[in-house]
Design a protein around this ligand. Structure first.
Ligand code: ADP
Ligand code: ADP
Length: 222
């Protein structure tokens, strides 16, 4: 699902963010991406989302070389990648339903189909009863689940999460991880950037560790 081949990224400032990074993530895998602040985690995810381009090397997603993707395929590619942020980036002047519907409305999908998919997505994260609520009335864990429902409403084969449990206590973090596990069971590949060492240890999953832009470790034992 994800292939990096000798990927280097140097920003226009001269700052090197990734140095010869190579790895492969299979469909349906759950992998953690870890490393100190500045190690290159966000850069790696931005390359997958096509928000940045590598200076050299290749990034392949779902068998497509992103460097050879025509302009017209970029929106299609972005819909294949669901993204969950730490601060969930919800719109506080819109209901839960409207927040989750947003990615579908952008694609111009008929409102009945939108309603069906939004409810299927809210159902998966256990928030079907909150569709008319506003985010401000929800707990932090519920807000994060709305963010996840929005990220998967398009049924992307790949889900990227940047510090998805950053503001949550261990119990809520475990709930969020359980959701990711359920998505992976239906075929979704999940990549989670996290600093949360305790959480990562508990999960016993593959961990990619970056340090100064280099992949210094790739494996389960960490
Ligand atoms: P992390 O997500 O692990 O904290 P980043 O990928 O954000 O790491 O950053 C990796 C390195 O690249 C850091 O030295 C950072 O300062 C630098 N960097 C990130 N984004 C930019 C940018 N847009 N322009 C210049 N340097 C950047
Ligand atoms: P439909 O197939 O009619 O669109 P659903 O939206 O209920 O119906 O989804 C059907 C199945 O696909 C569910 O079991 C769901 O868990 C699974 N599925 C496949 N890909 C994804 C994804 N990216 N996110 C969430 N669920 C997914």
């Amino acid at each position: 699902m994800i292939e990096f081949h000798d990927v280097c990224k140097r920003y226009a400032t001269g700052q090197e963010a990734l140095n010869k990074v190579s790895f492969t993530v299979e469909e349906q895998e759950i992998v953690f991406l870890t490393g100190h602040s500045g190690a290159g985690k966000s850069t790696l995810m931005k390359l997958i989302m096509l928000m940045e381009k590598p200076t050299s090397g290749q990034v392949m997603i779902g068998g497509r070389n992103l460097g050879r993707l025509g302009k017209s395929h970029i929106p299609y590619h972005r819909r294949q990648v669901g993204v969950v942020f730490q601060n969930h980036q919800l719109l506080f002047d819109r209901t839960v339903f409207d927040n989750v519907a947003l990615p579908l409305q952008i694609c111009g999908i008929h409102h009945r189909e939108v309603a069906r998919r939004v409810r299927a997505s809210l159902d998966k994260v256990g928030l079907l009863n909150k569709e008319t609520a506003y985010p401000v009335s929800l707990s932090g864990g519920e807000q994060q689940r709305v963010g996840i429902a929005r990220a998967v409403v398009n049924k992307p084969p790949l889900l990227l999460a940047d510090e998805p449990t950053g503001n949550l206590d261990p119990e809520l973090s475990a709930e969020i991880m359980e959701l990711f596990r359920q998505f992976s069971e239906v075929g979704v590949t999940v990549m989670i950037a996290s600093h949360d060492v305790e959480l990562i240890k508990r999960m016993h999953r593959r961990v990619l560790t970056l340090e100064g832009g280099q992949l210094i470790h790739d494996g389960v034992v960490w």
